[in-house]
Design a binder for this molecule. Structure first.
Ligand code: NAD
Ligand code: DAU
Length: 363
């Protein structure tokens, strides 16, 4: 019998992956209520939740995962049985220029949530270990970047690959993964973790490679490629990540980590070429020149990891999960979505949505 969540606290559910997950979950599971705790930082955007405005099963709460009193109150008031933890500072470049917020949100925030769950489920609700593990879940979303970097001929990361994070972002995520693991071993908290490769898809904030290149291409701006453009990432369509997380929550073994990936290794130049050729087809430049003409090589990212590659065999073998999209089908859907949703992109860029947040939430 698989685990069926009922009252779910999703953290960071107004961000890129979190919002796609909430949309997926409300469609896939009819009997769930979602409380969406999001600080609405620069990366959190209520526009990402479009279409769920009138959805009674979804409540957006603007707040900080480090605010223990708020987290305690939400757990109690909504009888939360399941936490799905996305909230994080997520951009590697920002972690290089300003690591402090990564330590606070990614490490202290995860600690705050774990402690609040322990207190609520074990001390307040007095659940014994067996009941706790049958009726509660804490699912932690993490990244393949905790494993460090690969040479081109190295095998892909498995769940046994030792952690070797190289950026302040990946170090903060590795620390949070360790905390989650420790709460299982020490307190028996019913945790699962997924370590996923690079996501792409709808509502992706245009500081990351794929949406930035789409935005700049359409705006006749340079398409910046760090270094030689030969760094490799393993790309997964975001809805596939959402289905993997759901599968692990329902059927994953407690205390385990599962790698999630799309079996889609591409160099950054290959990714940018794909975007350019799809745009050439779907929205050619007025002068009919290829978008590739806008490619510009720029200074490399400090400590730039050369290659990530995920071996997602465990998730397939144990839980029968495989991605539905190939890179080609997922990228076509993504480009079509951005072309059809230019007001979303323009709002994000112009900062209009911040004004909307202020009006809506008084923040
Ligand atoms: P994102 O930056 O788009 O969204 C992060 C969300 O967290 C935002 O809505 C933001 O407002 C919220 N947030 C930030 N600080 C908060 C705080 N203190 N309290 C409450 N909310 C806060 O990030 P994303 O790309 O959607 O990533 C989500 C999660 O998935 C992260 O944990 C990230 O490490 C992980 N992940 C991302 C990828 C990827 O390719 N984007 C891949 C693997 C894992
Ligand atoms: O691997 C999972 C990780 O993927 C997640 O944990 C992170 O949250 C997510 O941001 C992502 O990290 P990356 O650093 O791989 O993603 P980003 O889109 O920033 O960069 C992808 C690749 O493209 C990387 O090799 C750097 C390069 N790049 C990036 C930008 C923003 C460029 O060449 N030019 C750019 O302008």
């Amino acid at each position: 019998m698989s685990y069926q969540p009922k009252n779910i606290l999703v953290t960071g559910g107004a961000g890129f992956i979190g919002s796609n997950f909430v949309r997926y979950l409300l469609g896939a599971a009819k009997d769930v209520n979602v409380v969406n705790l999001d600080l609405l930082t620069y990366a959190g955007n209520p526009d990402n939740l479009k279409g769920m405005d009138g959805e009674e099963r979804h409540t957006l709460v603007q707040g900080d995962i480090c605010d223990r009193a708020l987290v305690d109150r939400l757990l109690r008031e909504h009888s939360i049985d399941t936490v799905v933890h996305f909230a994080a500072e997520s951009h590697v470049d920002r972690s290089i220029t300003a690591p402090g917020e990564f330590v606070r949100t990614n490490i202290e925030g995860t600690y705050c949530l774990l402690e609040a769950c322990r207190q609520f489920w074990q001390t307040e609700q007095k659940l014994d270990k067996e009941t706790l593990q049958q009726t509660r879940r804490f699912h932690h979303i993490s990244t393949d970047e905790v494993y460090g970097t690969l040479e081109l001929d190295d095998p892909a990361f498995t769940e046994e690959t030792p952690f070797a994070p190289n950026s302040p972002y990946s170090a903060s995520k590795a620390a949070s993964d360790h905390l989650v693991r420790a709460y299982f071993h020490t307190y028996g908290l019913p945790v699962t973790t997924t370590n996923c490769s690079n996501n792409y898809g709808f509502y992706h904030f245009p500081e990351k490679l794929i949406p930035l290149v789409i935005l700049n291409a359409l705006g006749q701006k340079p398409l910046p490629i760090y270094g030689d453009g030969k760094n490799v990432r393993d790309w997964l369509f975001v809805a596939d990540h959402a289905s993997a997380i759901h599968r692990v929550i329902e059927s994953g073994r407690l205390g385990e980590t599962y790698n999630v990936g799309g079996w889609n290794e591409k160099t950054n130049l290959e990714v940018v070429d794909t975007i350019c050729s799809l745009l050439n087809e779907l929205k050619p430049r007025e002068d009919k020149v290829s978008y590739t003409e806008q490619i510009t090589f720029v200074k490399d990212r400090p400590g730039h990891d050369r290659r990530y590659a995920i071996d997602a065999t465990k998730l397939e073998r144990e839980l029968g999960w495989r991605p539905a999209e190939t890179f080609e089908t997922g990228m076509r859907k993504t480009i079509e979505w951005y072309l059809a949703n230019q007001p979303w992109l323009n709002n994000v860029v112009s900062g209009d949505y911040r004004k909307w947040v202020e009006k809506q939430y008084g923040a």
